[in-house]
Design a protein around this ligand. Structure first.
Ligand SMILES: [Zn+2]
Length: 90
C-alpha cells in the first residue's frame, strides 16, 4: 500500500517511512514528519505558521523547486492540522 500522506505541520510528503515522525515510545506517526515531530512532541513547539511558511520557502528554494510548486505548498499550509486552529483564530 502506498502512503499518500503529508506532514500535517510542514506539508512534506510522507512517502517514505524513514521520514515519519515518532510518537512517545517510538511508534511511527502517520501525521507528522521526523523534522517536525519526535517522541510525541513538536521539535519546535512555539513555531508560528508564519515561521513555518518562511522555513518551507527557504528549504524548497534550496532544493531548487519551481516557484509555482513552492506557492502551492505554502498556500496548503494553513489547511494542515497543526495550523488550522490558529488560522481560524487570527
Ligand atoms: Zn513536517
Amino acid at each position: 500500500m502506498k502512503l499518500e500522506t503529508y506532514c500535517q505541520s510542514c506539508g512534506m510528503p510522507l512517502d517514505n517511512p524513514d521520514l515519519q515522525g515518532t510518537e512517545k515510545g517510538g511508534i511511527k506517526s502517520d501525521e507528522y514528519c521526523k523534522y517536525c515531530y519526535r517522541n510525541g512532541v513538536f521539535t519546535n513547539p512555539n513555531m508560528s505558521l508564519k515561521e513555518m511558511t518562511s522555513l518551507v520557502i527557504t528549504q524548497m528554494e534550496k532544493m531548487n523547486f519551481d516557484s509555482k510548486i513552492i506557492d502551492k505548498a505554502v498556500s496548503a499550509l494553513p489547511n494542515l492540522k497543526r495550523w488550522k486552529a490558529s488560522a481560524v483564530a487570527s
